[in-house]
Design a protein around this ligand. Sequence first.
Ligand code: GTP
Ligand code: SPV
Ligand code: MN
Length: 628
Amino acid sequence: MTALDVRPADLSGDDFQTSDVHRWVHAVAEVVQPERVVWCDGSAAQDAELTALLVEQGTFIPLDPVQHYHSHLVRSAPDDVARVEDRTYICSTREDDAGPTNNWREPGAMRAELGRVFTGSMRGRTMYVVPFSMGPVGGPMSLLGVEITDSPYVVVSMRVMTRIGSGPRALLEAGRPWVKAVHSLGAPLVDDAGVRTADVPWPSNPTKHIAHFPETREIWSFGSGYGGNALLGKKAMALRIASAVARDEGWLAEHMLLIKVTSPEGRAHHVAAAFPSACGKTNLAMLRATLPGWTVETIGDDIVWMRQGPDGRLRAINPEAGLFGVAPGTGWSTNPTAVEALWGNTIYTNVALTDDGDVWWEGKTDAVPEHLVDWRGQDWTPGSGTPAAHPNSRFTVPARQVPSISPDWDSPEGVVLDAVLFGGRRASNVPLVAEARSWEHGVFMGATVSSEQTAAAAESTVGVLRRDPFAMLPFCGYNTADHWAHWLRMGQQLGERGRPRVFAVNWFRKGADGRYLWPGFGENSRVLAWVVRRLEGRAGAQDAPAGLVPLPGELELDGLDLDERALAELFAVDPAAWLQEARATEEFFDRFGDRVPRQLREQLADLRARLAPAAPAAPAAPARTAAA
Ligand code: GTP
Ligand code: SPV
Ligand code: MN
């Protein structure tokens, strides 16, 4: 058997520039042996056909059409509910180029293994060919891809999440560069003996491989139909492959949201923020400001591509066209904008079904329904003792349905980026907000992001603190220490005038009673307002170990029910805990050996010096009322 011999000679090596999509599709089909091949044109008619097929085979449960226009519920297999980080590989030629935080596989060995599992993997199924664009079709910052998949659920989801069909197809056939992505559920309907088996609503395979070849810009995903494992335009291409392309070409592909913040004076600023999975990107992206006069518009909620523009400033786009948002915790009281976006054309995965054909998840409403069918299809009552919706249940919805979407959200040239925020779930230590003292300090802030784990990864231990540099731990397609060096280089390339200012934020600090100190959600507008005032040179700051924190009175807290003690705790510095954190950072850096940029070691030394007993005492917490 030939191990994945599907790279025609003219497509190998660095030469992904010349495309021969038809030859490639033909070559893949020879390996996976589908019953038929269907090219996806992105049309509403084809979408309707696939939707009808999904309903017919029991994958899609149609929701009540009055409450939910053209919307469906899907229940995945119970063992296929999140990204599988321990089955996700970076297959660079050199192990060092994947680095210690990625699973590395030697490309030849991986191809042999993939050849084994992909051979005949689509027998009895339809092979769909989905040409797509990440970013507006033909835009200067966009990239093309082709996903081959045997999952109609993936096709209809890709139609929401990316721009698919004849537009991208015309461009790649005209010879534009493109990324190759092959996805198979690994559940052929016809076995080696030619015997046919019945299909199931959510086919998958207990063995999963999500393999990336950054050097040939290829993705091979086997065995899972879920989210980032299967919608290959998203994490696989727009982050893992794109980050490696961006390193080579001098731009950035990051796990960030992107918003436009407008001050009461009508001045607009663009802010990107990197938070780990299920740590509040979608919520901040759709924030409804509680602070009078401020507005936030949505541009993106998960991925941002950034490039230096002709004017020298950093420009940013959201390469996606839809949202694959965490359902639990998204409700009228926390994120009404997201709830409004879900008026129709929505695919819900692993949420609960109400008795009247509506969907429900923990946190959607304060009142808990008396009876539900849970995400596994079983009867559920409030006394069941298990969540009705899976903690990583998601909604898939077109970005244009978000009421707060910015008119610039799909501008091909992107928006000028003014600030970058880094954050995570941190019950202790990390203050509500701090500005970086320099670009190098900002990169240090990004490199030292850590966060209590969420259900977004299948094998995560929820709540355990883990290092998640730049919120890219599972998404960086190359050595993470090289990613830090790349950010330092980008700062040089952009210069003082071109680069955004950098801040660290933390909405998740807890008091001794275990409750969040900061109300979060819409109230985060108060932090955004301080960030914007800093950009405008209108807000003061004082030095603290974490960075520059608001001067007393400069964080606008009027109308907020936050007591003095909570405010002090939000900015409190425990030098012993910080020194321990510095030790942990050193150990983390040591994993990367001499690839850690000198500037980051210097930042760590500087942090330690600031924490040393001889250093001046920690600054006063921002006071409640404005300093006269
Ligand atoms: P991915 O799509 O996985 O990359 O994640 P995301 O960062 O977009 O996650 P999302 O915004 O959907 O995060 C959802 C979770 O964060 C929910 O449990 C929310 O309740 C919680 N959350 C979001 N914003 C806040 C906040 O300001 N404060 C608190 N305490 N929780 C928040
Ligand atoms: C994440 O886990 O960060 C997501 C969801 O955005 S997935 O696309 O499944 O990776
Ligand atoms: Mn994400």
